[in-house]
Design a protein around this ligand. Structure first.
Ligand SMILES: Cc1cc2nc3c(=O)[nH]c(=O)nc-3n(C[C@H](O)[C@H](O)[C@H](O)COP(=O)(O)OP(=O)(O)OC[C@H]3O[C@@H](n4cnc5c(N)ncnc54)[C@H](O)[C@@H]3O)c2cc1C
Length: 339
């Protein structure tokens, strides 16, 4: 067999070359794997690639891309496959380049508040690792327990903490990337002030794997706030819940996290998971989850009281305050869960 699919540029000789570069066991051509890597979380779509490659270094990726570039073979980089915009779908066939073996946190630099990591590290694993050193990496996509930090860079992900802390682009200092021609470059420098030249780092962030493969990531960190408090407020009207969001900010508060959950979404999640931690009260159309964080507990408690007073002006029902870590985690898990 010369070609793996009709009209394809990929040939058996390329498969042999890939095996030489990364080893036989990391070149997958079984139908079962092609189906598995042919979809992400975007609707019900499946575009099986012709081959799945699982390299573990930038050098290996460089060698692979040199071949694909010269032979016009399509390449689709992939993180954990949790994307909702189809970026990891190999709709042109060709090579699916998985980064899942590149899963090491290389260095947590406490002095400079930075972490250097490979792209295949699960976001929550990275967050927990820096937290253990008293540091904080805030971007928190709801998929943080399964998505990769490399995928987050490629999608410029964000989550409920974006209101106070911003999204991924606000934390990336420097990236090692492999260009389509196989060249390995760094896009910036590991410093906060890097004002000269084109901003290649920000160009790569959010580019969904179309410009380069990200192989190392330097993130800036901040000190971990000592305390956080969480409340859940039910609203009889979706409109009022939205108005309340604006009112919180206009009253001068910046919550560390804010999320609106429509009642239908919550009903589906409760039914699917069997979790009834949040009562589904008749007449409730939406919930707001509000978190504040900081280093002074009393200030935070006063802030929570003031925010709840703002909310009561918008027909909010009885507010539930999560008292301990377990209650907070239960709420976040339920609200950030895929139905
Ligand atoms: C239940 C659920 C909740 C979610 N919640 C959120 C949320 O709150 N906020 C949010 O922003 N997103 C959310 N998402 C979407 C998704 O999790 C994010 O976009 C995440 O960043 C994708 O990461 P991934 O590792 O799964 O990437 P993949 O889905 O594998 O890939 C995503 C894109 O990144 C590219 N890519 C991956 N790795 C690299 C790399 N190393 N170099 C170059 N390109 C690369 C791929 O080609 C693709 O275009 C959610 C998804 C689910 C299923």
């Amino acid at each position: 067999m010369n070609s793996t699919a009709p009209g394809s540029a990929l040939r058996q000789q390329h498969i042999r070359q890939f095996k030489t570069i990364i080893g036989d066991e990391y070149v997958l051509t079984d139908e079962e794997y092609l189906q598995q890597y042919g979809h992400d979380e975007t609707e019900n779509l499946c575009y099986p690639p012709e081959v799945v490659l699982r390299p573990c270094t930038a050098k290996e990726i460089s060698e692979i891309l040199k071949i694909c570039n010269a032979e016009n073979i399509p390449v689709t980089p992939r993180g954990a496959g949790t994307g909702l915009s189809g970026g990891a779908l190999p709709h042109l066939g060709g090579v699916l380049l998985s980064t899942e073996r590149m899963n090491k946190i290389l260095c947590i630099d406490e002095q400079n508040l930075q972490v250097i990591t490979e792209p295949g590290v699960i976001t929550e694993v990275l967050q927990e690792a820096v937290k253990a050193r008293g540091l904080f990496y805030p971007p928190d996509p709801a998929s943080k327990g399964s998505c990769f930090i490399g995928g987050n860079i490629a999608e410029n992900s964000g989550g409920p903490k974006a209101v106070k802390y911003g999204v991924v682009k606000d934390y990336v200092l420097n990236l090692e990337i492999v260009l389509p021609n196989g060249e390995i470059i760094w896009t910036g420098a590991n410093v906060l002030k890097n004002a000269t030249g084109y901003n290649l780092t920000q160009l790569i962030i959010g580019s969904e794997g179309t410009l380069a493969v990200v192989t190392k990531i330097v993130l800036r960190l901040i000190p971990l706030p000592k305390y956080d408090l969480l409340m859940l407020a039910p609203f009889q009207s979706l409109e009022k819940a939205c108005e309340a969001v604006s009112a919180i900010f206009r009253a001068g508060f910046t919550p560390s996290a804010l999320e609106l959950i429509e009642i239908d979404a919550l009903k589906i999640v409760s039914a699917t998971t069997g979790d009834s931690s949040i009562p589904l009260l008749a007449g409730t159309e939406a919930h707001l989850i509000v978190e504040v964080d900081g280093n002074h507990l009393e200030t935070l408690m006063t802030e929570m009281e003031s925010i709840s007073e703002v909310l009561t002006g918008y027909d909010c029902g009885e507010i539930y305050f999560a008292d301990n870590e377990q209650q907070k985690n239960t709420l976040w898990r339920l609200l950030c869960r895929k139905a």
